[in-house]
Design a protein around this ligand. Structure first.
Ligand code: ADP
Ligand code: MG
Length: 460
């Protein structure tokens, strides 16, 4: 097991002699080593701004310093809070493998994304019920308020409208104000993986492995249980049975349960009836699409939090263009900032924003992932089956990464979905490919030209 804190400390000692003291203090000292993925050290940066600056100016130095440590690590990736959810398994593994750090206060517990707090949530008509219910539950978990029961609290609404943010906000609030309570957040995908692992380990006799018993213990020994995206609960796996029992037990003991889904319980086709009626038994609160005023407020908040600056025109432009998904709205803002950074315009104006988002608008005229894969394959002369295969020949890898990059840039598909398009690769691989091509464009004009040519093919 790799001890990442030790390696990072060693890396820092090499770095400190290469970098000015101010730069070290401003950028490097604020990085937290989280885990290892594919021989790459994953470092958490405190903001998008920090991530951009470090990638641009210090990445190569970090890589070289890492090399000097003689560990098995060959590279470092800088991520921000929002991206930690893609590494939950690796982070957990790193935590188990790492002895307690000498200064535990400095090491983050990444269960809850620190930026996802109530204060950073913009409240308006479309989400005020969900917001106030979440706040009330955070303050008084498990208790019934008058005749209105908030248990379970079921928050539903389209993707990118703040459900996960609210769950983390509840988690952050309770961690701070009611530290004795045990609160557990779990995405349905992770719950399912844990369950499958528990079932398959059940008879293995391997100590330390997650068994069915420890699985149940883990989820019933809590005061607050939050399950994100329950529309992914599959039928007939036995998991719904287990969730039903855990639910009843927690509920009867006055423990708080909070669930989210992209639709109300009655529309989740895969849900067994008895679970559906449990889910409907408390408060159902929806989150809807924000109006223009809220969207503007959300962009401003994000700019404030991330210390970003863009022209006012740009704020309106973004708020008008992206009206149904806040994640896309935030993504568009980040893209404008990243693009402006790439062309050395630290304070982007409306033309820069339009240029940066040119390809986003194209998605409306119907380019889809298979068009992109097709174009990339013919450009690089590789076949579709090669591009989604596990082959690691250089030209295939380049084509694959380019296709992944273009899909992340031109379409707003979830990373998990993109992973599935490429033969079931996981989302961290997708992030890695995307960032590789993004970085390659800065260093290599040939890559810039390739991307441009392929986009021209797609448009023409
Ligand atoms: P969901 O879980 O509903 O798909 P998320 O909670 O992941 O959506 O939200 C997507 C992004 O939008 C997050 O970065 C979140 O912080 C942001 N966001 C959503 N709603 C709001 C809001 N009302 N105010 C500020 N940011 C928001
Ligand atoms: Mg979510």
């Amino acid at each position: 097991m790799i001890e990442i804190h030790k390696i990072w400390k060693e890396t820092l000692s090499f770095l400190s002699s290469e970098i000015t003291a101010v730069a070290y203090m401003l950028w490097i000292d604020n990085l937290t080593p989280l885990c290892v993925k594919d021989n790459t050290l994953i470092l958490l940066a405190p903001s998008l701004h920090a991530k951009i600056t470090i990638n641009k100016n210090y990445k190569e130095m970090i890589r070289k310093a890492l090399d000097k440590t003689k560990s098995s690590l060959i590279d470092a990736d800088i991520i921000i809070d929002e991206e930690t959810s893609y590494y939950t398994q690796e982070i957990e593994a790193a935590r188990k493998g790492t002895p307690p750090s000498p200064s535990p206060a400095k090491v983050k517990q990444p269960q809850f994304i620190t930026r996802y707090i109530f204060d950073n949530f913009v409240v308006g008509e479309s989400n005020k019920l969900a917001f106030h219910a979440a706040q009330s539950v955070a303050q008084n978990p498990g208790s019934a308020e008058g005749y209105l029961s908030f248990n379970p609290l079921f928050i539903y609404g389209d993707v990118g409208l703040g459900k996960t943010h609210l769950l983390h906000a509840i988690g952050n609030y309770i961690t701070e104000h009611l530290p004795d309570l045990r609160v557990l957040y779990v995405p349905t995908e992770k719950l399912t993986n844990d369950y499958v692992e528990a079932i398959s380990n059940n008879n293995s006799g391997d100590k330390g492995a997650l068994t069915f018993r420890s699985f149940r213990e883990k989820y019933r020994n809590v005061d607050v249980l939050m399950i994100d995206d329950v529309q992914f609960l599959q039928k007939k796996t036995g998991l719904q049975d287990v969730v039903f029992h855990i639910f009843n037990e927690l509920y009867q003991n006055g423990k708080q349960i909070i669930l989210t889904s992209d639709r109300p319980p009655k529309e989740i086709g895969t849900l067994e009836d008895r679970l559906r009626s449990r889910f409907e038994g408390g408060l159902l609160a929806d989150v809807g699409a924000p109006n223009l005023e809220m969207r503007i407020a959300i962009i401003r908040k994000k700019m404030f939090l991330e210390k970003l600056a863009v022209n006012d025109d740009v704020v309106y432009f973004l708020a008008e263009q992206f009206d149904s998904n806040i994640r896309e709205l935030e993504g568009a803002l980040s893209k404008v900032i990243l693009y402006a950074n790439l062309i050395n315009k630290p304070y982007p104006d409306i033309n820069t924003a339009k240029e940066a988002l040119k390809n986003n608008q194209q998605k409306k005229v119907g380019i889809d992932s298979s068009d992109i894969i097709h174009a990339v394959c013919s450009y690089f002369h590789v076949s579709k089956s090669e591009i989604i295969s596990k082959k690691k020949t250089k030209d295939i890898v380049v084509a694959r990464m380019t296709a992944i990059f273009l899909i992340t840039e031109m379409l707003s598909l979830p990373l998990v979905t993109i992973g599935q398009l490429f033969g079931g690769r996981d989302h961290t691989t997708i992030i890695h490919s995307r960032d590789k091509i993004l970085a390659a464009q800065k260093e290599n004009k040939e890559v810039v030209r390739q991307i441009k040519d392929i986009k021209a093919m797609l448009n023409g």
